[in-house]
Write a protein that binds this ligand. Structure first.
Ligand code: NAD
Length: 395
């Protein structure tokens, strides 16, 4: 079929297999171009199909020749209806990994559930024996709790008072003012339950209890801090409370892993265009200015560049270089004083009329469509494509 982008607000309802394949190929090529990393050889990635999780899986596989198991939650295509991008990404990742002689299997289902954890346990027992690196890269708006069965929803709200600032509709370039009402009732607790560290710890507890963690096993989860301008809605908001919880959980897990000399880290990553970040008001305007400034300075990175640097310079580079709160910081270039000073200046000036010029609106939009396999250079979108692609290990 011919597949075109169909957007509704901040989401795209369709995705393009060939574009997703090309995105995976581009990331693999980037990793190969940077040379080998002496990293972990048996890797579990939880949240492996898009964004930072996919980049982590590609970096482990093609940078360190690692066997990878990926856990993801995506819709498979059916005749006449494309799958979600994470499904295509996983299918093509596996195809390229297998071609390169690498072990790669994937499990499509709810990572928060006991059933999927058990499936992963069985797979590791059967195929790999033990795991030496676990990347935890879930981003989800909901979580069904495996013990109570209750369904929790996370929200992106400020805490305490209404937050008013500028935002942009990146489809039209219209800059407007937006007010976001503060969290109410159980919003904060619920967001912590979904995006905090409880599930991360459950995964590690399960794997340890089954003796599936190798001596010295490492686990890494991803966090974000960001600038003052987004603080009320991000770091000091409900999602920030969840990230505080996630970061505190790293210390608990490290304590639990002492007997096997294992360690848990949180890596604070850079702001990037993903499905989740497009839905947070104010953030798209910040990202379009950030991209402009970082590109001009020659320090722009996407997910794959970020994770390549995380692995080669920090995790397996001899110096994790933790900050005062014990976190790895690969948002270091984003947070550079000169970068942030320029963004603050542009922030004051930004209007619908000048944003295309002073910000990288074009780059934002390009990245957004690229998440779904559209507008990827080199792909012929007029060509008929088979939408029904299958993840090889699901066969
Ligand atoms: P993403 O949406 O691109 O990827 C999320 C992954 O989680 C996908 O593979 C998806 O299939 C999987 N997933 C979601 N719910 C699941 C479930 N119930 N069971 C199994 N898999 C499930 O997200 P991302 O932007 O790469 O974010 C990953 C992590 O990085 C998050 O913790 C996020 O907060 C953090 N982070 C993101 C940014 C950013 O700007 N995007 C910056 C810093 C840190």
């Amino acid at each position: 079929m011919i597949i075109e982008p169909r957007t509704r607000g901040f989401i795209c309802l369709t995705s393009h297999p060939t574009g997703c394949d090309q995105n995976v190929i581009n990331q693999i090529e980037y990793i190969k171009s940077k040379g080998k990393i002496e990293g972990a050889k048996k890797v579990l990635v939880i949240g492996s199909s898009t964004g930072f999780g996919l980049a982590s899986r590609i970096t482990s596989a093609f940078g360190s020749d690692a066997a990878t198991i990926g856990v993801f939650f995506d819709k498979a295509p059916v005749v006449g209806r494309p799958g979600t991008p994470g499904y295509y990404n996983t299918a093509f990742f596996e195809k390229h990994a297998h071609k390169a002689g690498l072990y790669a299997k994937s499990i499509n289902g709810d990572a928060f559930s006991n059933e999927i954890k058990q499936e992963v346990v069985n797979l590791i027992k059967e195929d790999l024996g033990q795991i030496d690196l676990i990347i935890y890269s879930l981003a989800s708006p909901v979580r069904k709790h495996p013990i109570s069965g209750k369904r929790y929803k996370s929200v992106l709200k400020p805490i305490g008072e209404t937050f008013t600032n500028k935002t942009v509709d990146f489809h039209t370039g219209a800059v407007s003012e937006i007010s976001i009402e503060p969290a109410q009732g159980e919003d904060i607790e619920n967001t912590i339950t979904v995006m905090g560290g409880e599930d991360w710890k459950m995964w590690i507890d399960t794997l340890k209890a089954e003796n599936l963690l190798a001596e010295g096993a490492t686990t890494v989860a991803y966090s974000y801090i960001g600038p003052d301008v987004t603080k009320p809605v991000y770091r000091n908001g409900t999602i920030g409370a969840a990230k505080d919880h996630l970061e505190a959980t790293a210390f608990k897990i490290t304590e639990d892993l002492k007997s096997i000399h294992g360690k848990a880290f949180v890596s604070v990553n850079k702001a990037l265009v993903t499905q989740a970040s497009s839905a947070i008001p104010v953030i798209p305007l910040y990202i379009s200015l950030l991209f402009k400034v970082m590109k001009e300075k020659g320090i722009h990175e996407g997910c794959i560049e970020q994770i390549q640097r995380l692995y080669s310079e920090r995790l397996f580079g001899g110096d994790v270089a933790l900050d005062e709160k014990g976190r790895i910081r690969i948002d270091d270039w984003e947070m550079r004083e000169d970068v942030q000073a320029e963004i603050s200046e542009l922030w004051e000036k930004a209007t619908s009329e000048n944003l295309a010029e002073i910000g990288d609106l074009q780059g934002y939009s390009q990245e957004f469509f690229s998440l779904f396999g559209f507008k990827v250079p080199g792909v012929d979108y007029d060509k008929d494509v088979n939408e029904v692609v299958v993840v090889p290990s699901e066969n």
